[in-house]
Structure formats: structure tokens, C-alpha cells
Design a protein around this ligand. Structure first.
Ligand code: PMV
Length: 334
């Protein structure tokens, strides 16, 4: 082991919304996914994280949105830092200060932007300078979807066959397609089963093997739809993919039903609006909130309509976001 090290770095990373979902692991420890996935980074829905390695610290610490963390959140961050420390050959502990700019408790997945920012900041603070595919593989170990928040714009994470081949890369830049994700918040409650627990029980659904086997077709359709900016083809595959994942969730043991009544109301409204000619489609992660994907041109009008749906508490809007990047200014140590 090298001498204790001092180093500080700060990174910003955006959350992402998957068009083709990651659900289930082939290898839990390495977080090798059962299937490949494609997502869009969400500009403005971001995490900023400062990592300070300090020889005088006896343990890692984590402050999230001003609140010191203990238990699982801290242990998970610490395990992730251990992996990066091992690569760098240091044992020095770190103080981590992190802020999400999206309202907490809105059910917006923060693990993607959180582990992407943590990975980049920790590597930089230790003087590691991994190339982008390596950074995505490191972020993947913290949270699968975090691998997709490292590159910019529209991103594909390849399932791969092992640690080396399971990485993410950009398939189109943020300015390639003026889409917007309108996040309809229907619940502020924390989910009872998070994605880590959900991935673990995915194999208990008899539908999971069929979903996984069909993934190359959905990835092809999604990749081509993005490349050609073909909204109808995108809408068709994004909705089918989300419903396939929720079919697996609902038919797992124990059964995971994330939907609430407004979730279904938004699904039906979205399909009716599209049938009337509006380019809009829905997707849903491991929670009740609904992401409506539409064009920037239609964004305002669709957002007004979404606000009218019973049970919608707020609507956030995000256009395609850029890659994770380092910042010169650090968050105050707390
Ligand atoms: O990266 P995780 O473990 O939080 O899993 C993400 C799971 C989904 O959000 C439901 C799908 C996805 O691909 O983002």
C-alpha cells in the first residue's frame, strides 16, 4: 500500500431515464446486467459530489443534502470507495458531501447520478484518470444505471459477458434530438422495495427469460429510432419495454406492484393523446411516477395536460443532458 494520500475533487452528473430498461443481474457482485439498456441523460436533474481523501479520517463519511448518513447509504458509498481505493493502491478514508438539485422524496432515481458523480470525483481525487469506458464500468459497480450517466446524451450500456465488456457509451449527443422528459410526480413516498432488491428477485418471474431473450430486438428498434429521430418507432418500443419490465415485476415472488391509480390514469391518457396525433409516450421506473417523453415543441402543451390528470402533484421537465464532468469549485465540508 502507498502512503496515505490527500486529494479533493468535485463532479457533477445527471440522472437518466431508461428507454430500454435494465432489470435483473446475471452477476450481482459485479452488477453484470441480465440485458443491455438504453437511456437519455436528464439535463438539470443532477448530483454534485465532493470527495476529500484525508489521512486524519478514521472512517468514510457521507453527507447527503446536508444530512449526515449512516447505515446502508454510507456503507454502500464506502464499499464503492473501497473498490476505487484498491485500484489506486491507497487506504485513506474520505469525507463525501453530495447534493441533488431535484427535490428529495420525489422518487426520481438518484443512484444513477449519485454513483456516477461519486466515481468520477473519487477517481480524480486519487489521481486516477480512467478512460470513459473504464469509468462507466467502475460506476456500474455502485449502481447499474450509473454507468449510463457517465457518457453524454443518449447512452447504451452493453450487457457484455464479463466486467470488461459490460460498459456504456454515448450513441447520440444531447443536441441530436430535442426531446423532453416530463416527470409526473404522483407520490413522494419512498418505495418499499428498491431496485437492488428488485433485481435480485427478477429471476423468480417466469416472464423474465422471455423479456431478456427479446431484448436485442428492442435495443435495435430503440437505437434505430434514436438515430433516425423516428418518434413513432421510439414510442412503440419504449412503452412495450416498460410494460414488459413491470410485467416481470408484478409476476415476481414477492410480487412488486409499483403502480398507483394515477400511474394507470397517465398510461391511458398518454396512449389517448398519441392516438390523437401528439408525439408522446410513457415509461415508468421502479416506482409510481410516470415519465412522459415528448418533443420540446410539444413540451409545454403536454405538461399542461399532464398537470390536469387526477393525482399528479408536480411535473419536472428535463431535456437531454451531457456527460459527467469535474467542477473547479468544491462543496463545503459539512
Ligand atoms: O441502477 P439501479 O440498480 O438503480 O436500477 C435501475 C432500474 C430501473 O431504473 C428500473 C431501470 C433502468 O434501466 O434504469
Amino acid at each position: 500500500m502507498a502512503e496515505p494520500v490527500t486529494g479533493t475533487a468535485t463532479a457533477r452528473s445527471y440522472s437518466n431515464i431508461a428507454f430500454i430498461k435494465y432489470w435483473g443481474n446475471r452477476d450481482d457482485a459485479l452488477r453484470l446486467p441480465a440485458n443491455g439498456s438504453i437511456s437519455m441523460n436528464l439535463d438539470g436533474l443532477e448530483t454534485v459530489t465532493t470527495v476529500r481523501f484525508r489521512p486524519d479520517l478514521r472512517a468514510d463519511s457521507l453527507t447527503l443534502n446536508g444530512q449526515p448518513q449512516q447505515g446502508e447509504p454510507l456503507e454502500r458509498a464506502s464499499r464503492h470507495l473501497d473498490h476505487i481505493r484498491r485500484l489506486a493502491g491507497y487506504e485513506t478514508r474520505a469525507g463525501v458531501v453530495s447534493r441533488n438539485n431535484f427535490p428529495t422524496g420525489t422518487g426520481i432515481a438518484s443512484s444513477a447520478s449519485a454513483f456516477s458523480a461519486l466515481t468520477l470525483a473519487a477517481c480524480a481525487a486519487l489521481g486516477l484518470n480512467p478512460d470513459e469506458p473504464t469509468l462507466t464500468r467502475l460506476a456500474r459497480r455502485g449502481s447499474g444505471s450509473a454507468s449510463r450517466s457517465v457518457p453524454g446524451g443518449f447512452v447504451e450500456w452493453y450487457a457484455g459477458a464479463d466486467d470488461r465488456s459490460s460498459y456504456a457509451e454515448s450513441i447520440a449527443s444531447p443536441d441530436h434530438w430535442a426531446l423532453v422528459d416530463l416527470v409526473a410526480i404522483v407520490s413522494h413516498e419512498h418505495k418499499t422495495v428498491g431496485s437492488t432488491g428488485g433485481h435480485a428477485i427478477a429471476p423468480t418471474s417466469p416472464l423474465q427469460p422471455a423479456r431478456v431473450a427479446d431484448t436485442p430486438r428492442r435495443l435495435d428498434q430503440c437505437r434505430t429510432a434514436i438515430r433516425e429521430r423516428d418518434f413513432d418507432a421510439l414510442a412503440d418500443v419504449v412503452e412495450q419495454d416498460a410494460l414488459m419490465m413491470h410485467g416481470v415485476m408484478m409476476s415476481s415472488r414477492p410480487s412488486l406492484v409499483y403502480w398507483q391509480p394515477p400511474t394507470l390514469a397517465l398510461i391511458l391518457s398518454t396512449q389517448a393523446w398519441r392516438a390523437q396525433g401528439t408525439p408522446v409516450c410513457f415509461t415508468i421506473d421502479a416506482g409510481p411516477n410516470v415519465h412522459l417523453i415528448t418533443t420540446v415543441d410539444e413540451g409545454e402543451r403536454v405538461a399542461r395536460a399532464v398537470e390536469q390528470v387526477d393525482g399528479v402533484k408536480a411535473v419536472l421537465a428535463a431535456t437531454p443532458g451531457g456527460p459527467a464532468h469535474l467542477l473547479d469549485e468544491h462543496l463545503a465540508a459539512e
